[in-house]
Design a protein around this ligand. Structure first.
Ligand SMILES: [Mg+2]
Length: 253
């Protein structure tokens, strides 16, 4: 087995508690715009994260810009939960409130820094590969203090497309200076992260944190993924041992 030289990680809901930050942002949105949905905040959060109409997916394919997809999702949320339609001007205000509360609630998952520190001590190169814009994610990593561990950051604007496209995985490996076969990718989405990483020639790890998933995952999909070599962890605490078990540089621990 090729020894592992590097680890690439997803950011949202992998290193950073993005679900919690969306919860804070949408709580403020419900208060101001969706009074009829008070008490149904969990449903609002699930609807936002699910991106049923695929607007965020269109953004990660490079088809629409960030503002277009978020405004479409805001209007769909309002249509579903009884809020007013948002024109350009109204959306500007909506987004200001959303963004202020969202970014104000960015927190690292408590298991993120210890895992990154252990992997660094083990001599591995670390980087982030994310489906959001690079500058935005730089700010998020700086705010959460995780930037010190991550030497490379590839975003959706680096090549103009995002995961699951194989090119973004190989580009991130090239920047990290590791061969795909010697690189582990870790993320919270089974298809877009772990399975896509394996398809691009990396080792894929699915982080299946407890709590509601962004999209439903069936057991047969998990079975098919593990047959292709995907490993499953439920927190990042297990990651260093798992990665070192793949075969890492000698003299570790
Ligand atoms: Mg994620």
């Amino acid at each position: 087995m090729t020894p592992v030289r590097g680890v690439l990680l997803d950011i949202d809901d992998t290193l950073v508690d993005t679900r919690g930050a969306f919860e804070a942002a949408l709580g403020a949105i419900v208060d101001r715009y969706l009074p009829g949905a008070r008490g149904r905040e969990a449903e609002v959060l699930a609807a936002w994260r699910a991106d049923v109409a695929g607007h965020y997916r269109s953004y990660t394919r490079g088809e629409v810009d960030h503002r277009t997809q978020r405004m479409a999702r805001a209007n769909e949320l309002h249509a579903t939960f009884g809020g007013p339609p948002l024109d350009e001007e109204a959306y500007q205000e909506w987004d200001q409130l959303f963004e202020e509360r969202f970014s104000g609630a960015w927190r690292a998952h408590p298991d993120a820094a210890p895992a990154l520190e252990a992997l660094t001590r083990a001599g591995l190169r670390l980087g982030a590969l994310t489906n959001a814009a690079t500058a935005y994610q730089e700010a998020k990593l700086a705010r959460t203090g995780l930037d010190r561990w991550l030497g490379v950051l590839v975003g959706v604007d680096t090549l103009g497309v995002g995961k699951p496209h194989p090119r973004v995985f190989t580009e991130a490996c090239a920047r990290l200076g590791t061969e795909p076969a010697a690189t582990v990718y870790v993320g919270d989405e089974l298809d877009v992260d772990a399975v896509a990483a394996v398809a691009a020639g990396l080792r894929g790890v699915w982080l299946d944190r407890p709590g509601p998933r962004r999209v439903g995952v069936e057991q047969r999909e998990v079975g098919a993924a593990t047959e292709r070599g995907v490993e499953v962890v439920t927190d990042l605490g297990r990651l260093p041992d798992l990665v070192l078990g793949f075969g890492a540089p000698a003299g570790l621990g």
